[in-house]
Write a protein that binds this ligand. Structure first.
Ligand code: UP6
Length: 257
């Protein structure tokens, strides 16, 4: 997996959204996913507009937007389309299948109508994937959380292993794994998404742990790095996004050699 290009790996995934994501990464030459953790709708749109050219996906926590209304969704979709990136709701679904089906498609956020990628915990087993599948309108790609960047996480090695196994049971639905280590060398169709990336800090004051772009892509096997506050809290988020994008892409091209 680590020596294959994103272009080559686009042909190896069975999930159509992962295929599209690999193609976007290849075309735009970016393996940066922005964690757009802002709480005002207009800030989210501005960030998406400005940073859009440099990212492959925009990761949201839509439930932190204070002035959320469904009016946000069509401009957000339009920006994603125009700048060619995917909308990725980091919902971390973690309930029984039926509840997940409702959380994914109902409520005020109508996630299934705009997010082509979502995250889920594997804690309750396969039901979470069946629930997402049942509510998918169009094609959908799920990232299963197998490890976390949080200090003191309760996730064990066997949980991590079983999560990767669960992903391989749903190749048409699962786009990849959220993790910190290289857990699936033998499955080049799956995408490794790694959060906890920052060039200025090694932690925050609530258990978040950070590594550098070079380390996560070059040493830990990340295909896509998630960067939030490293960009959103920078003096110049656009220039900083460009910098992360260049560092991450450089780490990937070095890995291929
Ligand atoms: N995230 C993590 N660690 C995980 C899983 N997800 O940090 O193991 C998410 C957070 C946040 C983003 O929910 O949206 O990635 C990281 O943001 P930061 O770069 O500002 O710390």
């Amino acid at each position: 997996r680590l020596k294959l290009s994103y272009q080559e790996r686009a042909k190896l995934t069975k999930n159509v959204v992962a295929e599209k994501l690999f193609q976007i990464m290849s075309t735009k030459q970016t393996n940066l996913c922005l964690a757009a953790d802002v709480t005002v709708a207009s800030d989210l749109l501005n960030l998406a507009e400005q940073v859009g050219p440099y990212i492959c996906a925009l990761k949201t926590h839509i439930d932190i937007i204070e002035d959320f209304s469904s009016n946000l969704l069509s401009p957000l979709k339009e920006i994603a389309h125009r700048h060619n990136f995917l909308l990725f709701e980091d919902r971390k679904f973690a309930d029984i299948g039926k509840t997940v089906e409702l959380q994914f498609s109902k409520g005020i956020h109508l996630i299934s109508s705009w997010a082509s990628l979502v995250t889920a915990h594997s804690l309750l087993g396969k039901g979470v994937l069946d629930g997402i599948k049942a509510a998918s309108l169009d094609s959908c790609g799920v990232f299963l959380l197998a490890e976390t960047s949080a200090a003191g996480s309760l996730i064990t090695e066997s949980y991590t292993k079983s999560t990767v196994k669960l992903a391989s049971d749903y190749p048409q639905l699962v786009a990849g794994i959220v993790c910190q280590n290289n857990l699936f060398l033998d499955n080049p169709g799956l995408i490794q998404l790694t959060p906890g990336v920052n060039i200025n800090k090694t932690s925050d004051n609530m258990g978040q742990q950070y590594n550098s772009p070079e380390f996560v892509v070059g040493k830990k096997g990340a295909d896509i790095a998630v960067v939030g506050r490293g960009i959103t809290e920078a003096k110049d988020p656009v220039e900083t996004a460009k910098l992360y994008r260049n560092l991450l892409w450089e780490a990937y091209t070095m890995r291929l050699k």
